[in-house]
Design a protein around this ligand. Structure first.
Ligand code: SF4
Length: 394
């Protein structure tokens, strides 16, 4: 039976004297675990991890907030939290199918920092920094600032592009994590976007409610709610990430009228079972978050040890659909390698199609036939007309 409780893990690996500052964002950021010495002072590492940490300095930085670090189970070398944020030597191997920019974002930037791939919406990369860094990050080519490539968002040119591109009705702010900005800076960005009449809808992609829930304050929510309709996609992979602090933060966002969806990435040894996924989606609903996407892990360089097969993802959806609330089931997707966009993947429920009928199976494997509509016979139609009936009602 999965643990569905919402617990605080503070102070965990930190001394009790740290408790008065635990809720301070600055303290959390200043005390991030970001060096081998920091890490080894708290956790016994394997050789695979130690070598991975040394490699990370030139690839994707390691940095873990105390809040998130506390979720690591020190007794479990394969802890699902640990696998997400502590580098491993496998990151140093690039499989033949892997890519630096798996979603082909760089080739769809009319202005540096602004990705325009779908006609009516854009992805605005506003920062390269996050509170902690995920080892499978699809934007690890720029995120954290230690790799060879750097994000150089051209703010004014991006706003001007949006002003003169009326087909864009939806802007997704992402990065990096936009909620690392101050309230004032976020307010300025959102105000500027809201001044563009054709932008109907703004979204923010963030992992802050999970990595640094202390950042979600009533003051931040007051800023965000000025700019509705504003949706938020959070990023949670394992039920343990939904702590007491995360639930409180998500409650504040929900009270501010922000619809919340979750995007998780299917990761080997983290959430690659029906049991873990079911606990995750149930806890998300309890936090007023709708499970939105389950991503097949992108083909980012050095990710093969974290990727599962596509069939495993489909089997997980098969194990959820019909076995729990429909609202709890995310859409499983692959981002088409190289820039193909999101492609939905579903278990096969259609067994056969023939003229006039579809043969289907339900979640229990029972088989049903659904007859397709057939044109109404002319004699019936004539009879209806004769009685003054309209076939479509009305
Ligand atoms: S929070 Fe998002 S952008 Fe930041 S490292 Fe994780 S996946 Fe990448």
């Amino acid at each position: 039976m999965s643990d569905l409780s919402f617990r605080s893990h503070a102070p965990g690996y930190w001394p009790h004297e740290a408790m008065p500052q635990w809720r301070e964002v600055r303290w959390q950021l200043r005390n991030r675990v970001d060096s081998l010495a920091d890490l080894e002072a708290r956790l016994k590492l394997s050789d695979i991890e130690r070598a991975g940490v040394l490699l990370a300095g030139s690839k994707l930085a390691m940095s873990i907030t105390p809040h998130f670090f506390n979720l690591i189970d020190r007794q479990d070398p394969e802890c699902p939290i640990r696998r997400q944020v502590i580098p491993r030597i496998e990151e140093g191997w690039t499989a033949p199918e892997e890519l630096t920019d798996p979603c082909g974002e760089d080739s769809h930037m009319p202005v540096p920092g602004l990705v325009h791939r779908y006609p009516d919406r854009v992805l605005f990369l506003v920062t390269d920094r996050c509170a902690s860094y995920c080892r499978y990050c699809t934007r690890s080519r720029v995120v954290s600032g230690v790799g060879e490539q750097h994000l150089e968002t051209q703010w004014e040119a991006a706003f001007k592009y949006l002003e003169r591109t009326p087909q864009v009705r939806d802007v997704l702010l992402s990065g990096g994590d936009p909620l690392l900005f101050s309230d004032e800076r976020l307010d300025r960005i959102l105000t500027r976007l809201r001044a563009i009449p054709h932008i109907q809808f703004i979204r923010i992609g963030t992992r802050i409610p999970i990595f640094l829930p202390q950042r979600i304050t009533p003051e931040l929510c007051a800023v965000l709610k000025k700019h509705h309709p504003l949706f938020m996609s959070i990023h949670t992979n394992h039920p343990r990430e939904l702590t007491a602090e995360a639930r409180e933060a998500l409650g504040l966002l929900a009270e501010a009228g922000i619809p919340l969806g979750n995007q998780s990435v299917l990761l080997r040894g983290v959430n690659d079972s029906v049991e873990v996924q079911k606990a995750l989606v149930h806890k998300l609903l309890m936090c007023r978050v709708r499970p939105y996407y389950l991503y097949q892990c992108d083909l980012i360089n050095g990710s093969s040890h974290l990727r599962t097969s596509v069939a495993e993802g489909i089997a997980i959806i098969d194990g959820l659909r019909g076995h729990t609330t429909g609202y709890a089931i995310p859409q499983f997707v692959i981002d088409g390698p190289g820039g193909g966009g999101k492609i939905p993947l579903n278990p096969q429920y259609i067994i056969d199609t023939a003229p006039g009928k579809v043969t289907l199976r339900n979640y229990e494997g029972e088989v049903f036939e659904y007859p397709d509509p057939v044109p109404m016979p002319a004699t019936v139609l004539a009879r209806l007309h004769a009685h003054g009936c309209q076939p479509q009602g009305g």
